[in-house]
Design a protein around this ligand. Structure first.
Ligand code: NAD
Length: 362
């Protein structure tokens, strides 16, 4: 049975190298649906406490998942010595504040995507992790998909030769979230670009080996979100309070000549939702969803399709397990804050370029 806890319950350190104590900041959808079930699967983890200012949220999560301690204020939870790792699963506007506080309290942090509202916040988070000598991982769960990992293996082995172009798409036909703060620029930082575009941009950059971006030319549009006559397939959002874009596009140039085009929508007139990328190289190409590779050998054009990759993988569970393993083994995290910051810098520049109507140099 959950009970409210105060800072006075601070205990002696119970950390062992075998068991990691975890605290959850933010008892919403992703905490319930992914983080908590992910930790629960691991025998070397104990979820010690959950913090959320909304009482029904924290109490129902604590009861459903048998979590002993709840806090209205995460700062109090952070004083516990029996917590070594924190999941930050709050809305975007709280990521930086909660993450930095947790790092300063000596905890390792898995922060949901996007890393932050903007690069300035992201830089402070990465600096805090360095200063505290703690791990900072960002919740880019898609990198754990077998398809993306296969493409990464091929790219790293040079199978595509010089990769010179990528097209990344996170497109929904009618997918404005009808819950949460996803349509609120002030609290979410933006719309589809920062919410789902961020995932496919990260996955593409991961396969490309995180080249250094040098300039961005972007545009954003709000063509549907402010209208009340548009069908909502992910719940009905409040069109009067829609302050984000519903479509974003950008051309990103990288050192060495590589270019990437990113498209992301909550609403667009297209046949179906897409979460995919294409990569063009001078020896081969690839596409994600469905996974295929393309090349030419012996005067023959080949399509290569893997036949044995696992299909139904829970990438969130793998992400959580990977985070825990890097704490236990003291190894680098798979989706580090530094790379998530690079993604955030590009997202920032796309918004800036869209606002200014011209290219932005990084
Ligand atoms: N990786 C993914 O695929 C994925 C999927 C969904 C959401 N997310 C990310 O997860 C985050 C949360 O999204 P969600 O859908 O769970 O949102 P949500 O609105 O369902 O939950 C957020 C929770 O955080 C709580 N919260 C707000 N301020 C807080 C504070 N100061 N301290 C503690 N808790 C606080 C809210 O009360 C709420 O319960 C967002 O950043 C989102 O981008 C990631």
């Amino acid at each position: 049975m959950a009970r409210e806890s105060k800072a006075g319950t601070k205990r002696k350190a119970a950390a062992t190298t075998e068991t990691i104590g975890v605290g959850i900041i933010g008892a919403g959808g992703i905490a319930r649906g992914a983080h908590i079930p992910g930790y629960k699967k691991l025998s070397n983890v104990r979820i010690v406490a959950v913090a959320d200012p909304v009482e029904p949220a924290r109490q129902s999560v604590a009861q459903e998942f048998d979590i002993a301690h709840t806090y209205a204020d995460y700062q109090e939870m952070l004083q516990r010595d029996d917590i070594q790792a924190i999941s930050v699963t709050t809305p975007n506007f709280m990521h930086a504040e909660a993450t930095i506080a947790a790092l300063q309290a000596g905890k390792h942090v898995l922060c949901e995507k996007p890393l932050a509202m903007n690069a300035k916040e992201g830089e402070a988070m990465v600096a805090a992790a360095r200063k505290a000598n703690r791990k900072l991982m960002c919740g880019f769960n898609n990198r754990f998909s077998p398809s993306i990992q296969a493409l990464k293996r091929f790219a790293d082995k040079g199978a595509f030769g010089e990769m010179y172009y990528a097209r990344s798409q996170a497109l929904r036909r009618r997918g404005i979230p009808g819950w949460g703060l996803f349509i609120n620029k002030e609290k979410n930082g933006g719309g589809p670009l920062i919410d789902i575009g961020v995932h496919i941009l990260d996955a593409t950059l991961h396969v490309l080996g995180f080249p250094k971006p040098i300039s961005v030319s972007g545009a954003t549009y709000a063509m549907f979100g402010k209208r009340k006559d548009v069908i909502g397939l992910m719940g009905q959002w409040d069109y009067k309070n829609f302050t984000v874009e519903d479509f974003a596009v950008a051309l990103v140039r990288f050192e060495g000549g590589l270019t990437l085009v990113l498209e992301s929508s909550f609403v667009a007139e297209l046949d179906s939702d897409k979460f995919s990328f294409h990569i063009f190289g001078d020896k081969g190409g690839a596409q994600l969803n469905p996974l295929k590779m393309f090349t030419e050998q012996n005067k023959t054009l080949l399509d290569i399709t893997p036949v044995h990759l696992p299909g139904n993988v829970n990438t969130h569970a793998l992400e959580i397990e990977s985070f825990v393993n890097s704490i236990i083994n003291d190894t680098p995290v798979f989706t580090p804050g530094e790379e998530a910051l690079q993604v955030t810098r590009i997202i920032d520049a796309i918004y800036e370029s869209g606002d200014k109507g011209r290219e932005v140099r990084l």
